[in-house]
Structure formats: structure tokens, C-alpha cells
Design a protein around this ligand. Structure first.
Ligand code: SAJ
Length: 461
């Protein structure tokens, strides 16, 4: 059996599970490429020892990594991109953030495209898996790959875009069991990419062109972001009317063809906060006419406003107990942007903590999964100074606090531990930014419950 060598560049939430799955395919060998930086260098050693670098729950990943890196030895991670010289396929999985002006930042993408282009051999298949603005595969990646390699895409090598649908906590499941879209720059590139993913994806793989695939990815996340913004605006409407938005949502979603999303303390992650801007950027840069993306802009603004709205709710809850936010001690529960994960990218907790400190509160930040270096990297110390402390101990976080605010729906907060620990608070107030704590249990524990969207106990008038 001829061996297939796949190189995956970028060992993150997409690159790692993808590389491990291919490495588990008989006849495949996978090399991961990861730049060694102060914060992520340790990942290389951990992966080569078959260990998962993720703190959160990732069903099946640790076992798979051990099998391919230690038992089968079909997966290893290196820093040197020249491993692309004998690759049959090269997958690009690097970060593609946007800057403060919502302009895509492609430094990493350009760098790895140039690095791969320098070493890749004729006949290789290159696939961009990172989410990019529509038009980027053809107008950014392709020219670099061709210029550096001296080869022609569609002639000497194949090039495609194929996006992932993973989420922390569901990395393997969504890679294997979600349908996949593959878009090549030509039919042959599409055919080869469909064939490649056929080795790991157990659902339908839809071939299309690379521009349509790029648009589909950014539209898919923009669709979700806009629907979340709608739910968040309805939470504000319900607060003003004194109606429970979660009850309204339950009634609306009783219709089988309705799916109102969940209002919440904010929208984080590496995807929803920036993909609408990638879509807008691509449409206006490579489109044939200017497009004013009003709706996605409004949705972004609503979702970005929720962390400060949470600060207002904390202030209101304290005022109801004749306390001020200035000088209060607030426990912020959940720093990761998603439940039961350690991922802090664009977390709504950061602007919320900044907002609390700016209004004079002392903040204790708590998260069961996030490590100190990742919390420190949020750079909140400069805004909050000594008024900000960090702990992974829930009881310590609540000790002497005047208010606890739920930002992330971690399982640790859903049990009895939270309300038991709340007994040591100075003022027992809980503000629920995820509609996940039982208001009646709070009442029974002597904790004043305040819910985003005016959530309250069932049948409470
Ligand atoms: N959120 C809400 N209300 C909701 C759903 C989510 O406030 O009803 C918040 C979450 O708390 C979180 C943020 O939005 O802060 C993003 O949550 P998410 O569940 O969308 O998680 P992501 O960003 O990790 O995953 C999304 C997914 N995209 C879609 O469902 C369209 C995932 O499938 C993508 O693979 C991922 O983006 C990505 O990498 O693009």
C-alpha cells in the first residue's frame, strides 16, 4: 500500500483533531507543523507524547492522539515547514483574525502559504481550512503559492477551500459526523479534496467551487450571529416589559419550524465575532458592486453590547440591595467563551471585567478550565490593576463577594456547589447571564436571583 503523507499546518482546535483523524487512516502518515511561541511551544511536546493540549472535555481526542502519536507512530509534530517537501496533501489551519477596523489579518496565512509553496512538490493538493473572506483562496493564497513554488495551480498542483464546523467539546464528532463542503479552484482540485475528506468524514461531502464554499462558511456563522443578536434584542425588550424572555422563547420554539436562539452574556470565540466582517470584506473587495452589510453590522453591535449590559444588570441587582457597584466585590464566573472549554478567544468576560472595574468594582475571575497564562494573556491586569484577582477555586471566588455573575454555562456552576459556596458571600446576589441557574433553588438557598432577559422562576408572577 502506498503511503499518503498529509501535512497539517497549525496545531489548534481545527488542525489537531483533523491531523489525528487522518493519522488513524490505514496507509496515512501525518506531520503537524506548529510554530514554537512562548504560549504554545509546549503543545509540540505534549502532542508528540500523545497528550491532548485542551483542558476542556474533548470526547475521544486523548485516546486518538495516544494511539496515533505513541502506539501507531503515524503522527508527529515539528516546527520545520520543510516537511512539506514530500507531502501529498497540505492543510492550512491558521488563525485569520480581523483587526480593530474589521480588516482580515492574513499574516499567518501568507507566511504558511509561502512556507508550503517553497517546499511543496508537483502534484500536491493544498487545502485552506481556515475561515477566510470570500475570494481569499484565489486572490491571496493562490498567487503566493504559485509565486514561491514556481508552479501553476490547477496544472502542477491542486488547490481547494474546505471548511470545518467544529466547536470545543465536539471537535471529533463534528469533523466526522457533520456534512462537509469542498470547493476547488477547478474540478480536479475539487475531486481530489472530496476524495481526501472521504477518509475521515462519514457524512455527505458536497463538491462546489471555492468561492461558493468560502461564502457558505462565512454566511453559516453570520446566520448564527444574526439569530443570536435577535434573541439578545428580545431579551432587552422583555426586560423593559417585565416578561421572561426564556419563557417567550419556549413558547415561540413550541412551533416545530421555529428555532429562536439563546440570549446571553455575549458572543465569543474565534468565529462568530469576526466571520461576518470577513463576509463583508470579501463582498466589497472582490464583489462587482458595493454592499452595505447593515444587518450583520447591527447584529455585531448588539452582540458586542451584551457584556456591558451584564454590567448594568449587576449594578441594578446591587442597587436593589442598597449597594453600589463602586467598592463592591464581584465574582465573574466563566472566562472561556463556551461551556466546558478552555478557549478564551474573544471571550465576553473580558469587556465585562473591564466594565466592572471601570465602575469601581473589585473583581474575582473564576474558571475551572482556563489556565493562568491564557487568563493573563487577556491583558486585563493593565485595566484593573490590583482590583482584579484570579482563582480556579469556586468557594474562594465567592468568599466575601457581594455579587456573582454567570458568564459561561460551565457544568460546575449547574450543581449544588455554587449555591453552597454562595453561603459565604457578603451579599447573596446572583446575576445569570446564560439562563442556566434555577431561580427557585436560588430562592431556597437565600440567594437573590437576577436573570438576563428578566428570567425568573416558573409561574413567578
Ligand atoms: N451563543 C449565544 N446564544 C446561542 C448560541 C451561542 O449567546 O444561542 C454564544 C456562545 O455562548 C458563544 C458564542 O455565541 O459565546 C459562539 O457560540 P457557538 O455555539 O456558535 O460556538 P463556536 O463559535 O465555537 O462555533 C461556531 C459554530 N458555527 C455554527 O454553529 C454556525 C461551529 O459549527 C463552527 O465550526 C465554529 O463557529 C467555527 O469554527 O466557525
Amino acid at each position: 500500500m502506498t503511503e499518503t503523507h498529509v501535512v497539517v499546518i497549525g496545531m489548534g482546535y481545527v488542525g489537531i483533531p483533523c491531523a489525528a483523524l487522518f493519522a488513524d487512516v490505514p496507509g496515512f502518515r501525518v506531520t503537524g507543523v506548529q510554530r514554537r511561541s512562548a504560549r504554545s511551544g509546549w503543545k509540540i511536546e505534549a502532542l508528540n507524547q500523545g497528550k491532548s493540549p485542551f483542558e476542556g472535555d474533548e470526547p475521544g481526542l486523548a485516546e486518538l492522539l495516544h494511539r496515533v502519536a505513541v502506539e501507531k507512530r503515524t503522527f508527529r509534530v515539528v516546527e520545520d515547514i520543510s516537511v512539506c517537501r514530500d507531502a501529498d496533501a497540505i492543510l492550512l489551519d491558521v488563525q485569520t483574525p480581523v483587526d480593530g477596523n474589521r480588516i482580515p489579518q492574513y499574516e499567518s496565512l501568507r507566511e504558511v502559504a509561502a512556507g508550503a509553496g517553497k517546499h511543496m512538490r508537483p502534484g500536491v493538493l493544498v487545502v485552506i481550512e481556515s475561515t477566510v473572506a470570500p475570494g481569499t483562496t484565489q486572490h491571496v493564497a493562490r498567487p503566493i503559492l504559485e509565486a514561491v513554488s514556481g508552479m501553476k495551480a490547477g496544472q502542477d498542483f491542486a488547490l481547494a477551500f474546505s471548511y470545518e464546523r467544529v466547536m470545543p467539546g465536539k471537535l471529533l464528532e463534528y469533523l466526522i459526523h457533520f456534512p462537509r463542503v469542498v470547493g476547488g479552484i477547478d474540478a480536479e482540485s475539487t475531486r481530489r479534496a472530496v476524495q481526501l475528506y472521504g477518509h475521515i468524514v462519514q457524512k455527505e461531502i458536497t463538491p462546489t467551487d471555492c468561492l461558493t464554499a468560502e461564502v457558505a462558511k462565512t454566511v453559516e456563522n453570520t446566520y448564527r450571529d444574526v439569530n443570536i443578536a435577535f434573541a439578545n434584542e428580545m431579551a432587552l425588550v422583555c426586560e423593559s416589559l417585565g416578561v421572561d424572555v426564556f419563557e417567550v422563547r419556549r413558547l415561540v420554539n413550541a412551533r416545530p419550524d421555529r428555532h429562536m436562539h439563546l440570549p446571553g452574556a455575549g458572543v465569543g470565540g474565534h468565529c462568530l465575532p469576526k466571520d461576518p466582517w470577513l463576509l463583508d470584506h470579501g463582498a466589497n473587495l472582490y464583489g462587482c458592486k458595493a454592499v452595505s452589510s447593515d444587518l450583520l453590522g447591527v447584529a455585531r453591535r448588539i452582540n458586542d453590547s451584551m457584556p456591558l449590559h451584564m454590567v448594568d444588570l449587576v449594578e441594578e441587582a446591587l442597587r436593589a440591595a442598597d449597594k453600589t457597584l463602586d467598592g463592591a466585590r464581584v465574582a465573574v464566573l466563566g472566562i472561556a467563551y463556551l461551556e466546558n472549554s478552555d478557549d478564551t478567544r474573544n471571550t465576553p468576560a473580558a469587556p465585562m471585567i473591564r466594565g466592572l472595574c471601570e465602575r469601581g468594582a473589585a473583581v474575582v475571575a473564576h474558571d475551572p478550565y482556563v489556565r493562568w497564562p491564557d487568563f493573563e494573556a487577556l491583558g486585563l491586569q493593565s485595566a484593573c490593576g490590583s482590583r482584579l484577582t484570579w482563582t480556579q477555586d469556586l468557594a474562594a471566588a465567592l468568599q466575601g463577594a457581594d455579587c456573582a455573575v454567570i458568564v459561561t454555562r460551565h457544568s460546575e456552576y449547574l450543581g449544588t456547589a455554587l449555591l453552597q459556596a454562595a453561603q459565604s458571600m457578603r451579599t447573596r446576589i446572583l446575576v445569570d447571564g446564560r439562563g442556566c441557574i434555577d431561580p427557585q433553588a436560588c430562592a431556597a438557598a437565600g440567594v437573590a436571583y437576577h436573570g438576563l432577559g428578566n428570567r425568573r422562576a416558573k409561574n413567578a408572577q
